[in-house]
Design a protein around this ligand. Structure first.
Ligand SMILES: [Zn+2]
Length: 184
C-alpha cells in the first residue's frame, strides 16, 4: 500500500511517462511475487505424497524385484512411456484397468476413448476410484499428476482438454496399468 501511494505521488509530480513506467515496474513485482508462491511451495515432495504415507509401502528394491524395468521406471520414477508404444493405447475391450503396482481399481473401459495422443485416455475415473491428483511443476510446466491412492505409483497426468462432457483427459501410461477382462 505504501509503495502504491509513493508511486502515485511520484507519478503526479513527474507526469504521465513516470506513471506508466512505475506502473509497469509495480506490475512486474506483483507478477514476480505471485509467481514465486507456487514455486516456493513445491521445493520438496509434499508430506502426504511420501511413500510411507501410502497404505502399500515398499522399498525401491522390493518394487524393482516385483515390476518389469519399464513399470518400475514409470510407476516408481515418474517416467513416461514413448507415445504409441504401450499395450493399452489402442485397446478397447470391455473390462477394467487396475494399478500395475498394487492391483487397485483405477478406470473402466467404457470411459476410455482414443485421444490420438499415443497414451491410453479416459474421461473419468471409475466410481470406486483409487486415483489421486497432485500438482506437478516438473519440466517447466504446471500439470496435474495422477497417482495410485494405494501405492503412490505414478500413472500419468490429467488435462482439461477432454472432448467429452466431463472435459477431462486422463492420460495414462500403459506400463502403469493391468487389464481385467469383463468376461472373466
Ligand atoms: Zn497402486
Amino acid at each position: 500500500m505504501l509503495v502504491l501511494v509513493r508511486v502515485q505521488s511520484r507519478a503526479l509530480f513527474f507526469g504521465p511517462y513516470f506513471a506508466v513506467n512505475n506502473f509497469m515496474k509495480l506490475f512486474g513485482l506483483i507478477l514476480l511475487a505471485v509467481g514465486l508462491v507456487p514455486v516456493a511451495s513445491c521445493q520438496s515432495t509434499p508430506k502426504n505424497m511420501k511413500p510411507e504415507n501410502f497404505s502399500i509401502s515398499k522399498s525401491e528394491e522390493q518394487w524393482k524385484s516385483e515390476l518389469t524395468p519399464e513399470q518400475f521406471r514409470v510407476l516408481r520414477q515418474k517416467g513416461t512411456e514413448y507415445p504409441g508404444s504401450g499395450v493399452y493405447d489402442q485397446h478397447f475391450k470391455p473390462g477394467h484397468y487396475t494399478c500395475a503396482g498394487c492391483g487397485a481399481k483405477l478406470f473402466v473401459s467404457d470411459r476410455k476413448f482414443d485421444a490420438h495422443c499415443g497414451w491410453p485416455s479416459f474421461d473419468a475415473q471409475s466410481e470406486d476410484s483409487n486415483v489421486i491428483e497432485h500438482v506437478d511443476y516438473s519440466h517447466g510446466m504446471v500439470r496435474t499428476e495422477i497417482l495410485c491412492k494405494q501405492c503412490g505409483g505414478h500413472l500419468g497426468h490429467v488435462f482439461n482438454d477432454g472432448p467429452t462432457q466431463t472435459g477431462l483427459r486422463y492420460c495414462v501410461n500403459s506400463a502403469s496399468l493391468n487389464f481385467e477382462d469383463a468376461k472373466k
